[in-house]
Design a protein around this ligand. Structure first.
Ligand code: P6P
Length: 336
């Protein structure tokens, strides 16, 4: 079959044998995410009509309570994942604690946990800038059939069995990995089908784009300041271009296609950085490494970190391998 006309459903079926665990469950997991993505996509695209439909907290013209989109996205993903009877626990940026899903039917020995950032960059919605959903999937580590514990969620990123994002941009794309490369699927909204549009996505080894909020420059550690100045120097293939959308998924997606580095360093204002390890950095790091890129906390691999808290933050440097390594070099030199 022509790769370009392949649907997400066909792709999952064709590749389920490459998923090292029980294949049927992967299909259900990704199909649940696919369904929730279409529902959220519909709501995000309606956001521009908020003045007509009513802002969050109001009732819309149908008399329905208008929800904040990140609350709605959170509810849609949780509800869809619960209904599929293969997930035993969910953690979300929108939930203080993890959700334990105890299947009533003992034959459903649910083995997977999912961590999500249901609508990352949601503050961009009001200004019509693209936003995204990020997901990370593990097998539980506590005995099947018992309620999940925090240990099931505090696993290093290297234990992920699948991860991906949906970017709600000029087109809606679902990009994911199960450890066998990264593939991107574009939604045809007319028929509600995702098509394989970006097979085997790879970060260029280097690039000319650096993404960082330079408004925080004076608060960055010296090594980060030195790297940013390096990017701006007139030498060789520099100065680079600065591009910062303020939406991790969008900056990551552009950099994966064009080459580049995304940075959210720690600073005197954000002592551990801003991004969350479990449901932002680890899934993006899994994708980056599967696409021959790199993801670091400035010193070492993000996915090697042993998490200690559900919502912990870490500094994040991610993208083209040579650019991340250069940033690590400046950080190490400044720390000598
Ligand atoms: P700042 C969105 O809130 C987010 O988590 C990422 O998607 C984005 O890259 C970053 O924070 C933007 O944060 O502090 O630069 O506005």
């Amino acid at each position: 079959m022509d790769k370009k006309n392949k649907t997400l459903g066909e792709f999952i079926i064709e590749n389920q044998s490459s998923f090292q665990y029980s294949s049927g469950e992967l299909s259900k997991l990704i199909n649940a995410i696919r369904l929730a993505a279409k529902v959220v996509n519909h709501e995000v695209n309606k956001a521009g009509l908020i003045d007509i439909l009513g802002a969050a907290g109001d009732t819309n013209i149908q008399g329905e309570d208008q929800q904040k989109l990140d609350v709605l996205a959170n509810e849609k993903f949780i509800q869809t994942l619960k209904n599929r009877e293969i997930v035993c626990g969910i953690a979300s940026e929108e939930e203080d604690d993890f959700i334990s899903i105890n299947s009533q039917d003992e034959q459903h020995q649910n083995k997977y946990i999912v961590l999500i950032d249901p609508l990352d960059g949601s503050s961009n919605i009001d200004v019509n800038v693209s936003v995204g959903t990020i997901f990370s999937i593990y097998r539980r580590v506590t005995p099947v059939g018992t309620p999940v514990t925090i240990d099931d969620f505090l696993q290093p990123g290297d234990n992920q069995v699948a991860a991906g994002y949906i970017v709600y941009g000029t087109s809606t794309m679902l990009v994911y990995t199960t450890g066998d490369g990264v593939n991107g699927f574009t939604l045809n909204p007319a028929i509600g089908t995702f098509y394989l549009s970006h097979p085997n996505m790879q970060f260029p080894e280097t690039g000319k784009i650096y993404s960082v909020n330079e408004g925080n420059y004076i608060h960055f550690p010296q090594g980060v300041k030195d790297y940013i100045k390096y990017c701006q120097q007139e030498e060789g293939d520099r100065p680079y271009t600065s591009r910062y959308i303020g939406s991790l998924v969008s900056d990551f997606h552009r950099n994966m296609i064009k080459g580049g580095i995304y940075m959210y360093p720690k600073s005197s204002k954000a002592h551990e950085g801003k991004l969350r390890l479990l449901y932002e950095c680890n899934p993006m790091a899994f994708l980056a490494e599967q696409a021959n890129g790199k993801a670091s906390d400035g010193k070492g691999r993000i996915m090697a970190l042993k998490p200690t808290e559900l919502h912990q933050r870490v500094p994040f440097f991610c993208g083209s391998t040579k650019m991340v390594e250069k940033a690590e070099e400046f950080i190490a030199k400044a720390n000598k």
